[in-house]
Design a protein around this ligand. Structure first.
Ligand SMILES: Cc1ncc(C[n+]2csc(CCOP(=O)(O)OP(=O)(O)O)c2C)c(N)n1
Ligand code: SF4
Length: 276
C-alpha cells in the first residue's frame, strides 16, 4: 500500500523558530519520501549538530544525530553496512563545509552512494549567528559586526570540483521544485549533493524568502558537462535552482575489489610477509 505523509512524520514537534526555512525542507523531504514510497525502516538520515541537525528527530525514518561535522562519514559507514538502504547525510553550511568540509570532498570523489543535503542559511545559527563558510564577504553577522573579512565558499563549485556525480540546489520557499530535485538526488546511484537555501529568520534576516525569491532561476536541464555546470555555479546575477550536473559512473561500492579467496601473496609485493 502506498505510504502517506504521516507514515514518515514523527510525533516530536520541531523547536525551530517560527518561519525558519528548515520547516520547508522537512516538509519537502517527507513529501519526497512519500512520492518515492520509501520504506522508513530502510531509510536513514544522519545529521550533524546545529538547528538543521535536529531534522531526523522529526521523521519516522531511521535517524542518527551525530556530532558537529561528522554526518557525512557516519552516513558513509551506514551505507557500506546497509547498501540496500537510502542514506542521507544532512547538516548546516557550518557543519558540512566548515568542520566537516574535508569529508564532503572525499565522499564526493569516492562516489559513495549517499545523498548529502546541506541546509544553507549562511550563518552558524544554533550558536547564535556567527559568520559561516557561506557568509558573503563584508556581510555583518554577530561575529563580524564590521563586515566579514573572508570570502565565501561556493558549495556547488566545490562539489563539482570534488567529483560529485550529482550536484543540485533547492530553496525551501520553492517546495514543488525542491521535492523534484530531492527525488532525483535520492534516486541517483552515486554521490549526490544538494544545497538548499533555508533562511534563518532570526540571525540572517537579510537573506530572506524575498531575497531568494527575487534571485532564483530554475534550470530546465542539467549542464552538458562539468565545466558548463561550473560556469552556471559562478554566475553572480542568477542563483540557479535544480540539477547542475549528473553523471552515471560506478560507485565506490561497485568499485571495491572482491578477491575470491583472500589476498594473493604476490599482490602484497614483498611489503608484508604473508601468513603461513
Ligand atoms: C566540535 C564542535 N564544535 C563546535 C560546536 C558548537 N556548535 C554547535 S552547533 C554549531 C553551529 C551550527 O551551524 P550550522 O552547521 O551552519 O547549522 P545551523 O545551526 O545553521 O543549522 C556549532 C559551532 C560543537 N557542537 N561541536
Ligand atoms: S535560529 Fe535560525 S536556523 Fe535556527 S531555528 Fe531559528 S530561524 Fe531556524
Amino acid at each position: 500500500m502506498p505510504r502517506r505523509f504521516f507514515d514518515y512524520q514523527s510525533k516530536i514537534y520541531p523547536v525551530w523558530c517560527t518561519y525558519c526555512g528548515d520547516y520547508g525542507v522537512l516538509t519537502a523531504l517527507i513529501y519526497t519520501f512519500t512520492r518515492l514510497n520509501l520504506d522508513p525502516s530502510r531509510t536513514a538520515i544522519v545529521s550533524g549538530i546545529g538547528c538543521s541537525g535536529r531534522l531526523p528527530a522529526y521523521t519516522k525514518t531511521r535517524g542518527l544525530h551525530t556530532v558537529h561535522g561528522r554526518a557525512v562519514p557516519v552516513a558513509e559507514g551506514v551505507k557500506v553496512a546497509r547498501p540496500d538502504w537510502t542514506v542521507m547525510a544532512l547538516g548546516g553550511d557550518g557543519d558540512i563545509l566548515g568542520i566537516g568540509g574535508g569529508h564532503l570532498i572525499h565522499a564526493a570523489r569516492r562516489n559513495i552512494p549517499i545523498t548529502t543535503i546541506m541546509l544553507d542559511n549562511a550563518v552558524y545559527a544554533m550558536t547564535k549567528g556567527q559568520a559561516s563558510p557561506t557568509t558573503g564577504a563584508k556581510e555583518t553577522t554577530r561575529s563580524s559586526p564590521y563586515g566579514n573579512p573572508e570570502r565565501p565558499v561556493n558549495p556547488i563549485l566545490l562539489a563539482l570540483a570534488s567529483g560529485a556525480t550529482f550536484v543540485a540546489r533547492g530553496f525551501s520557499g520553492r517546495a514543488e521544485e525542491l521535492i523534484e530535485t530531492l527525488k532525483m538526488a535520492l534516486s541517483h546511484k552515486g554521490f549526490s549533493f544538494v544545497q538548499i537555501f533555508s533562511p534563518c529568520v532570526t540571525f540572517n534576516p537579510k537573506e530572506s524568502y524575498k531575497f531568494f525569491s527575487d534571485k532564483v532561476v530554475m534550470l530546465t536541464e542539467p549542464a552538458k558537462d562539468r565545466l558548463e555546470a561550473m560556469r552556471l555555479a559562478i554566475d553572480e546575477d542568477s542563483l540557479y535552482l535544480g540539477i547542475f550536473y549528473k553523471e552515471d559512473i560506478p560507485t565506490y561500492i561497485e568499485n571495491l575489489p572482491r578477491p575470491s579467496r583472500g589476498v594473493k601473496p604476490e599482490a602484497l609485493n614483498g611489503l608484508v610477509e604473508p601468513f603461513g
